[in-house]
Ligand binder design. Structure first.
Ligand code: ATP
Length: 256
């Protein structure tokens, strides 16, 4: 079963040749990590999968319907996106922001019900934000704001979760907390697709990996077969050392 698929997809990056056509299937329970150097097109791919940016060619299908044919409201129930950069200038509290995740589920004139507030508070609790519920968003630290964005997606609870560098700004404890939460969501049959810069998080938490090259070439598959040192050294133009400890694979930059 597939919930989101890219068919013969070429993302549109101005001035870049077409590169590889992407044929990807995201199934419930899978966690995909997109890896690649700065400017490779990870964010562009995520925005294309979310229907925010038109592809150069090819199609994106959500639940066997082409994205362009799905009404926005229905799409917002099925698919959610955590952006890399957010303009949090709207003067909202943390709880009000998390509640935005319920809007696709409410009718136009309906206000949030106790169940919606319960869901938002549970999401804030899962991200250690419960005490900050009444704080204005613009008074939060970068990591706290990042966790609010993830809590908002949790409150929305779509079938497909797209996240652009979800561990940005997070300390080590909260990086692990977020990856564990995403893993728990995958166990609830959600499909997770995220851009990452951390090879070690990808190695540990992703079931599948897509390597995206600056010239548009790409390859993808199960994590075990994609995170190969030689391939990663080529991807990042960086020598690496690989360590295996207690069944955990670790990559670190080599000195030379
Ligand atoms: N409107 C635009 N006009 C021209 N080039 C653009 C435009 N938008 C994006 N690009 C270019 O497209 C390329 C891909 O950008 P994108 O943000 O998708 O990369 P990324 O892989 O997410 O990078 P990073 O790791 O730095 O977040 C970059 O070289 C960027 O400069």
């Amino acid at each position: 079963m597939t919930i989101l698929s890219a068919r013969e997809l070429i993302i549109d990056i101005p001035g870049r040749s077409n590169g590889a056509k992407l044929n990807l299937d995201l199934a419930p329970g899978q966690i995909w990590g997109v890896l690649g150097p700065n400017g490779a097109g990870k964010t562009t791919l995520l925005h294309t999968l979310a229907g925010l940016k038109a592809p150069r060619c090819g199609e994106v299908w959500l639940d066997d319907v082409e994205l362009a044919a799905i009404p926005r409201r229905e799409m917002a129930r099925k698919l959610g996106l955590v952006f890399q950069d957010r303009q949090d200038s709207f003067p909202a509290t943390v709880l009000e922001t998390a509640l935005i995740g319920r809007h696709p589920w409410l009718s136009v004139w309906q206000s949030e019900q106790a169940e919606d507030i319960h869901r938002a508070e549970a999401a804030l609790g899962a991200l250690d934000l419960r005490e900050l519920g009444e704080r204005l968003l613009n008074t939060l630290s970068g990591g706290e704001r990042q966790r609010v964005a993830i809590a908002t997606l949790m409150t929305q609870d779509p079938a497909v979760w797209l996240l652009d560098e979800p561990t940005n700004h997070l300390d080590l404890h909260h990086q692990v907390q977020v990856m564990r939460l995403l893993s728990a969501c995958a166990h609830r049959e959600k499909g997770i697709f995220m851009c990452l810069h951390d090879l070690n998080l990808a190695a540990r938490w992703c079931s599948h990996v897509l390597l995206l090259y600056p010239d548009g070439q790409a390859c993808w598959g199960p994590t075990e077969s994609m995170l190969v040192r030689d391939a990663l050294e080529g991807l990042y133009d960086q020598k690496l050392i690989e360590l295996n400890k207690d069944d955990i694979r670790l990559f670190a930059p080599a000195n030379d």
